[in-house]
Design a protein around this ligand. Structure first.
Ligand code: UDP
Length: 341
């Protein structure tokens, strides 16, 4: 069975491609390399001994999307990762985000009608919940007004898919709301490749520990949490990748003609920024330079997943710990340094 993975050379995409190949699926990737590298294809091949088909084009090009689907009627499913994901950039350039994340999604869904099997998995985010009223966060929690154009593109994306599922009789889709994906493949062949200064906590930590950054700024230590720093649910990217295969298989095996479902993907455990720093110091044996800085605008105090629905319905739960994830992220950073030298 052949599966299309858009953004398949990105951080979560590449780990999902590995998980699919290891399960015996054929994979073809569309990626415009805007936030990824062609070298990732080699990393995937080294891990799996398989080379997925690769197409380099931009999904904002409607004609190309149409032509691609015309030639690939045999696809059994689509996992759509390709999107822009930097919150700050989305504030500066909102139209890029709406175009990249929403226009491209519309073109994908328009053309999926050409396929015999219309199975679609969408990368969504726990940002749709904003500052949730209760913790842990269930899929039934209210969707809050997005704090950034990026967050809004995910909310709109989910709406677009749900409405399309209601209208297209044989479209089956799942939106997966990720909590905080971190870590790297244990082989150190693939991992996160932030462009410029990392915005996310874990790549910032590993780059600081390796000497690329002077110190980590902890954004706020006066939040109403035990140690005053924000709480998130950090999920190992390898666990997250597995969840995509499980979700895809749910669609492939479903007897229903059409459906739309949403799942949280997290560990269910919240960790504070200070806890992440301590855990990193423990697994890496490095002392991390850090300082307390003002709060970052738009940050919520705490977010962690209620994992019951994913567990009960998908039969999926995380297997790897925060320490596993931090250790793999550190090994990946060491490997990047070695490759640089
Ligand atoms: N954070 C931090 N320093 C950094 C980057 C992030 O203190 O350099 C904090 C951030 O305020 C949040 C947590 O780490 O509480 C996770 O942030 P990240 O950007 O990784 O993910 P988010 O939850 O914002 O999607």
């Amino acid at each position: 069975m052949k599966i299309l993975v858009t953004g398949g050379l990105g951080f979560i995409g590449s780990h999902t491609v590995v998980a699919l190949l290891e399960k015996g699926y054929d994979v073809c990737i569309i990626d415009n390399l805007s936030n990824s590298s062609i070298d990732v294809l080699e990393g995937i091949a080294k891990i799996t001994q398989k080379i997925p088909q690769f197409f380099n084009f931009d999904l904002r090009n409607q004609e190309k999307v149409e032509a691609f689907f015309k030639e690939h009627h045999d696809l059994a499913g689509v996992i759509h990762f390709a999107a822009s994901k930097a919150v700050g950039e989305s504030v500066e350039n909102p139209l890029l985000y709406y175009e990249n994340n929403n226009n491209a999604l519309v073109y994908m869904l328009k053309n999926i009608s050409q396929l015999n099997q219309k199975n679609f998995i969408f990368s969504s985010s726990c940002t749709v919940y904003g500052e949730a009223d209760t913790l842990p966060i269930t899929e039934g929690a209210a969707i809050k007004k997005a704090e950034s154009p990026y967050g809004n593109t995910k909310q709109i994306g989910e709406d677009i898919i749900r409405d399309t599922c209601n209208a297209v009789s044989d479209l089956k889709a799942i939106s997966l709301r990720y909590f905080n994906p971190i870590g790297a493949h244990s082989s150190t062949e693939i991992g996160e490749l932030p462009i410029g200064t990392p915005q996310n906590l874990v790549p910032y930590i590993t780059q600081t520990a390796i000497g690329q950054r002077d110190e980590l700024s902890i954004f706020g230590d006066d939040y109403p949490t035990e140690d005053g720093t924000c709480i998130r649910d950090y999920i190992h990217v390898v666990d997250l990748a597995e969840a995509h295969v499980v979700a895809l298989e749910r669609l492939l095996q479903s007897e229903k003609k059409a459906s739309y479902e949403v799942f949280n993907l997290g560990t269910g455990k919240g960790s504070s920024v200070k806890e992440v720093v301590s855990a990193f110091e423990k697994v890496s044996g490095q002392e991390l330079n850090h300082t307390i800085a003002p709060r970052r605008p738009g940050d919520v105090v705490a977010a962690y997943a209620d994992t019951e629905k994913a567990q009960d319905v998908l039969g999926w739960q995380t297997k790897l710990t925060l320490e596993d994830a931090l250790e793999s992220a550190w090994k990946w950073q060491l490997k990047l340094k070695e490759a640089d030298a």
